[in-house]
Design a protein. Structure first.
Length: 534
């Protein structure tokens, strides 16, 4: 029996992005027209329209749904109408709660037009099953969307909401990134300062001092209004303020070397929007998918220096050797300290492990900063001269690579490849003889096992030889790369952190010993790209 009185209806419409793919049949406009027509036909007064456009049915944390609930509790409406049960939601537990408990307790009549559900009537037994089917539909859609995103991520496509600072979407392919020139220069400046040994706080101050627009402020100039609220009632200078956390995030992002990194975070369940961070080793990384802004070497070096920073430098000197000094005995990094001499405190480096673990590091290394500075400056000048002389450079390559050994290795490789080719033909002929009954099965098995054993041994040797040749080729290229970078510093009079970090991989320092009245200390400089001293 129909309840007496006047109904003031809340017309509720919802559409998620997944529902939108179904076309006009589920559009907000279509839902509104259908429900308005239904209310007119049954003489229901429409109190208000509540529209959640772009919200998933698996969550009830929707702004218009919350407003509707508030109006129900304030006694403003006594009826809720939706196109079908799935518009109310797709979580069958929560939909069941609202239709069977909440609406009943608050004396609300609920109608789902297309599903013929009306809580005033007693023939709604099918409703719970429809709710379950709607929930299953949401789960299935979630699986399909996640699978599709994963496939796109594995192909190296850009699938995030907005491009990272320094890039913009390719207008011809929205899944590709292209360099955005103006912010890209700011990114290059950040990495240049990082390679010079500057920390994120100093880099942020430098960007602010140069009046470079922060990422949010730059987005606004490009027509992105989402960031405007962050600058409301702020002074004009605020748009040039850089946060160290923002700089840190950029310095950590592999996208700037041309790699696409996806699956950094994902939702826990299709029923919640809560996202959890994915460990780096489980993220989807596809290398060289777009033009890099900075070199891979600079990125790796900046990462090493950033990880090596522990606290601000409290000594009154520029530490150009941060993170490259190691104890020759125990391999631990040297730490900076000071030593009083002739009434003054002088900076030095020492092996802290020597004082904590004397059994593992008996001869702890130590050296004054000014002494090390002079040694490294002199060594680099010598290296610059060697690298700038083509004849000397060729001699260095020959010594490091071992040209004679390399030729022998190539001859051995050719012999192995020739023998493998012969074995392949012999095994083919062996099978033909067996198939033609000219060779017994017992002999076929015996000969085949011998050939396969030899083939396996030769393939193993060939793998080792190829690795050795790759190392030689890499070292050859390494000398050329080292020479290219050294050419950029050849006229520099002072030793800078940038010079050290771009040219030197590590410096191994031994203890200062006295031998026959003469003090000796070994300083071994390992150069980048060749991983050896010169």
């Amino acid at each position: 029996m129909e309840q007496q009185g006047i109904y003031k209806a809340a017309v509720y419409c919802r559409l998620s992005r997944d529902d939108d793919q179904q076309g006009d049949s589920s559009s907000i406009q279509t839902q509104k027209m259908m429900l308005e027509s239904y209310c007119k036909e049954h003489n229901y007064i429409i109190y208000d329209h509540y529209v959640d456009d772009g919200y998933s049915g698996t969550s009830f944390d929707r702004p218009e749904f919350k407003r509707m609930i508030a109006d129900i509790e304030n006694g403003l409406v006594n009826m809720v109408i939706t196109k079908d049960l799935s518009r109310l939601g797709r979580d069958y537990i929560m939909v069941g709660y609202y239709t069977e408990i909440y609406f009943v307790n608050n004396k609300i009549r609920y109608i789902a037009v297309n599903d013929n559900v009306d809580t005033l009537k007693n023939d709604n037994d099918i409703a719970p099953f429809k709710n379950i089917l709607n929930d299953m539909y949401a789960k299935d859609i979630s699986k399909k969307v996640r699978s599709a995103k994963r496939q796109r991520a594995l192909k190296g496509m850009f699938i995030c909401g907005q491009p990272p600072y320094g890039y913009k979407l390719n207008p011809l392919n929205r899944n590709k990134l292209i360099i955005d020139k103006e912010p890209a220069e700011a990114v290059r400046l950040m990495f240049r300062l990082a390679v010079e040994g500057k920390g994120v706080h100093l880099i942020a101050k430098a960007l602010s001092a140069k009046q470079i627009l922060s990422p949010g402020a730059y987005k606004i100039t490009q027509g992105d209004t989402r960031f405007e609220k962050a600058f409301i009632n702020r002074p004009d200078e605020y748009k040039y303020i850089w946060r160290f956390s923002c700089v840190q995030k950029i310095l950590r992002n592999r996208v700037y070397v041309g790699d696409m990194v996806n699956r950094k975070a994902e939702t826990v369940s299709y029923k919640t929007k809560k996202r959890v961070l994915i460990p780096e080793d489980k993220q989807i990384v596809v290398e060289n998918m777009h033009e890099p802004i900075i070199s891979r070497e600079d990125f790796e070096r900046a990462t090493e220096l950033r990880k090596a920073r522990h606290s601000p430098n409290r000594n009154n000197y520029v530490n150009v050797f941060r993170s490259v000094l190691f104890c020759a005995e125990c391999g631990h990094k040297l730490t900076s300290a000071t030593r009083r001499a002739y009434g003054k405190r002088k900076p030095l480096y020492r092996c802290h492990s020597h004082y904590q673990h004397t059994d593992k590091c008996v001869k702890g290394a130590a050296i004054l900063y000014e002494d090390l500075l002079e040694v490294v400056k002199g060594r680099l000048k010598e290296v610059f001269k060697l690298l700038s002389n083509d004849e000397m450079l060729e001699k260095l390559k020959t010594k490091a690579i071992g040209r004679g050994n390399q030729e022998k290795t190539l001859v051995e490789k050719a012999k192995i490849e020739k023998r493998l080719s012969v074995l392949s033909k012999m095994m083919k002929r062996l099978y033909e003889d067996f198939a033609a009954d000219t060779l017994s099965g017992e002999n076929y098995t015996k000969f085949l096992a011998d050939y396969q054993r030899e083939q396996k041994e030769l393939n193993g040797k060939l793998t080792l030889i190829n690795k050795e040749l790759e190392k030689s080729s890499s070292k050859d290229n390494g000398f050329e790369r080292l020479k290219t970078i050294a050419d950029g510093f050849i006229n520099c009079e002072e030793l800078t952190a940038e010079m050290v970090n771009k040219l030197i991989e590590r410096i191994e320092i031994s203890r200062l010993d006295k031998e026959k009245g003469i003090f000796k200390q070994e300083i071994n400089i390992i150069y980048r790209f060749i991983s050896t001293s010169i």
